[in-house]
Every structure is written in C-alpha cells, then in structure tokens.
Design a protein around this ligand. Structure first.
Ligand SMILES: CC(=O)N[C@H]1[C@@H](OP(=O)(O)OP(=O)(O)OC[C@H]2O[C@@H](n3ccc(=O)[nH]c3=O)[C@H](O)[C@@H]2O)O[C@H](CO)[C@@H](O)[C@@H]1O
Length: 391
C-alpha cells in the first residue's frame, strides 16, 4: 500500500452512548464534526453507532443516515438505599451486561474501528468493555462535572477522557487524570443558527405579540411534571407580560391543554404548547428572550453557547445532585437564576418578573451566560478522537 492510499483510507469510528438527549446529541455532533474535518482532508468516515433500541439514539441515528446496531445492556435503577440497588430488577439487568459485552466484542472486532467513542448511558458499558477486549482506543466524553456511572466504570480502560469542565479534572481518580482533556460539551451546529421569524411560521405563533418578550419553557425530552405544574400555576400572570412556548413532554400535552382551556382567548393566543421540540428547536431558542428549564448538561451547554438568560429548576434527584450543582454554578456567576428546593408558581414569577420587565438586565445576564459557553467543544473533541487514533 503506498502512502497516498494510506492517507485516503476512511477513518473508522464506533460511537456508543445514548438513552437521553444529554448523551445522544454530543455523540451526533462529534460524528458530524469529524466527518466535516475528514472531508476537508479528502478522507471519508465509516461510522457505526451502538445504542439501545428504546433510547433517543435509536431515532436520531437512523434519521441522520448513521448505521445503527444494538447490544444487550442493563439499566441500574439508582437509589439512596443500597438494599434497593440490589433489587431483583437490577440483578436481572446486570446479568445482561456479559451478553452485551460479548455482542459488542464481535461487532468491534468485525468493524475494526480506529477509535471507539463513548458518551455515557447504560449501553456505553458493554460497548466500552468490548473496545478494551479488542484493544481499540477508547475515548470517553463526559458532559457533567462528575463522571456518570458508565464513564466511571470505563475510565480505567480509556485512552482519553474528554471532559466538559476544568472542575472535573481534580475529581477524577489520580490514576486516570493524565488521560483527561477539557473539551467542553459539543452543541449541535443548527442549535446556534436559529431564526425567530421561522419559529413564528413553523409553529403558527400568529397570536404572539412581538412587542412582548417570549419565554421558552422546557422540561427536557420527556418534559417535567414539576415544571409543568409550576408553569400552569403561573400562566395567567406570565401571559399578561409575555408570550409563552411550553415544551411539556409528549405524554403531558393533553392534560396541559385541558388546564389552559379556561384562559381567555387573547392571552391563550400567546400560549403555545408542544410535546417535544424537533427541528424547530433552534428557531424557538432564537425567539426566546428568557428560558425556564431543567439544568441538564446538554441544555446548559446550548443556553450558554447562545447566551440566553435562564431560570433553572434543577431535577432534584439527578445523580449527585448534578443539576442543582450546574444551576448554582451559573447563578453564582450572575449568568442565570437558580430555583432550588421547593418551587412554587409565586417563586417562578418572582424570578422571571425582573427579566421580563428589564431588557438591560436580560442582556447583562446573556453576556455572562455567553462567557461560560464553549462553541468550539465539538472541534476539540474531534482533536481528541484523532489523537487517540494516532496514539
Ligand atoms: C434525568 C437525567 O438523567 N438527566 C441527565 C441527562 O439529561 P437530559 O438528557 O435529560 O438533558 P440535557 O439537558 O443534557 O439534554 C437534553 C437535550 O435534548 C434537547 N431537547 C430537549 C427537549 C426537546 O423538546 N427537544 C430537544 O431537542 C435539548 O436541546 C438538549 O440537547 O444527561 C445530562 C448529560 O449527561 C445530565 O446532565 C442530566 O442530569
């Protein structure tokens, strides 16, 4: 083989991770960015995604034309009570992991990837262990400050551990710290290039009053019962001052529509309910003046890259109270407002009110949020993938 054919050989990547958006979208963004980088060098990318049949990745990968396969995996139901962690359901699921490892090993040895990239979620464990058995370089990407369960299991086998924040490095076991590289959390390029008018057309927001600010409420892919409850309580107050787009989770649309049925026609025309935001998400974010949201790492990366004033209502049960930590971190920098503990409709209106009435305050918060954004995270993660392949 001469050197020209060597440089033109397609790069082979296996990606594994998913379950939620927080693990799925960084993987997707890494694939797209690597593909672009390689194309610029006249080189192709052969990629295969190992996921779970029920995770978001099972919809996202095929929709993007990315070859997709699944392996058996075990979901661990977390509990503060160690005895509950030993539940029959957990034991049964954990027994599936060895089968998943065997399946992943076969897939990886057949595919012969240059690198395996794991972005977290249950499926990353068998696939990451398969990479080690096949002696392929394993790159982990961690979105949150503390390593998630899957990445903790895999850290000792990783060639590189890409992390989203400097504050993660000292929290890593000393034995793996040398493998850490701070990249940030990749954000899909389209999320950063939305247009407000397109949101109005796509969602039919013709009753919105464009002289008023727009609030975008989001509870994550499944929606959040807690946020839905608080926003439903504050809705009449909010609609006197703003247009509201409320992403409430596919299963909750009917109930919230019933609850909003009592609104007068005029405020009701400034309220838009949606189960899930698909391709219109970037335009909705572009239209939003204030965001009310969970504080998952993916959403945070997006809102800071865009520079959006936000009121966070963290998921209290997130592992290690991670979402509360995320929200507090930005609030301390004046880059967001964090509502911790019990949240009421009155608490929400108190937090949102000053942002609705004072554009200068919104702008100042937006600037501080932007200072925490890392728009180059995808490119840095691609650097790590390429260096792991050559190392
Ligand atoms: C319950 C749970 O375990 N949450 C974790 C999960 O977050 P989870 O995946 O729930 O939330 P994230 O904020 O990380 O990501 C959500 C992603 O879905 C997108 N989106 C959301 C709603 C919608 O309608 N359309 C849409 O596209 C968002 O823009 C974002 O890209 O992984 C994150 C990253 O490891 C962690 O920080 C979270 O603590």
């Amino acid at each position: 083989m001469n050197s020209a054919s060597l440089t033109l050989r397609a790069f082979r990547l296996i990606v594994t991770g998913g379950g939620t958006g927080g693990h799925t979208y960084p993987a997707l963004t890494a694939i797209r960015t690597l593909q672009e980088r390689l194309a610029g060098e006249g080189r192709g990318l052969d990629v295969l995604w190992i996921g779970t049949p029920g995770g978001l990745e099972a919809r996202v990968a095929p929709a993007e034309g990315i070859p997709f396969t699944t392996v058996a995996t075990g979901k661990i139901r977390r509990s503060s009570n160690p005895l509950k962690m030993l539940s029959p359901a957990n034991a049964k699921d954990m027994a599936r992991v060895p089968l998943g490892v065997a399946q992943a090993r076969k897939i990886i040895s057949d595919f012969r990837p240059d690198v395996v990239l794991a972005t977290g979620g249950y499926v990353a464990v068998p696939a990451g262990l398969g990479a080690r058995l096949c002696k392929r370089p394993l790159v982990l990407h961690e979105q949150t400050v503390r390593l998630g369960l899957a990445n903790r299991k895999l850290a000792g086998s990783a060639a590189k551990i890409a992390v989203s924040s400097e504050s993660t490095v000292p929290l890593l076991p000393e034995s793996v710290r040398g493998a850490a590289v701070v990249t940030g959390n990749p954000v899909r390029a389209e999320v950063l290039s939305g247009h407000p008018d397109k949101a109005v057309t796509a969602l039919g927001l013709h009753g919105f009053d464009r002289r008023l600010p727009t609030v975008y409420v989001t509870g994550g892919a499944q929606g959040s019962q807690q946020i839905n409850e608080v926003v439903a309580g504050a809705l009449p107050w909010l609609l006197e001052r703003a247009n509201v787009i409320h992403q409430c989770g596919p299963a909750n649309v009917e109930e919230l529509r019933r609850r909003a049925a009592g609104l007068a026609a005029e405020p009701a025309s400034r309220y838009h309910l949606a189960g899930f935001m698909g391709p219109e998400l970037p335009d909705v974010l572009a239209l939003a003046d204030v965001v009310v949201s969970r504080s998952g790492a993916g959403t945070l990366a997006e809102l800071t890259a865009l520079g959006k004033p936000a009121v966070f209502i963290p998921l209290a049960t997130s592992a290690g109270n991670e979402q509360a930590h995320n929200a507090r971190h930005l609030a301390e920098a004046g880059a967001a407002v964090a509502l911790l503990g019990e949240v009421t409709a009155a608490g929400l209106t108190e937090a949102v009110g000053p942002l609705l009435t004072d554009p200068a305050r919104r702008n100042a918060m937006a600037d501080r949020a932007r200072a925490h954004g890392r728009p180059d995270a995808a490119s840095r993660l691609v650097d790590v993938i390429l260096s792991a392949a050559s190392g």
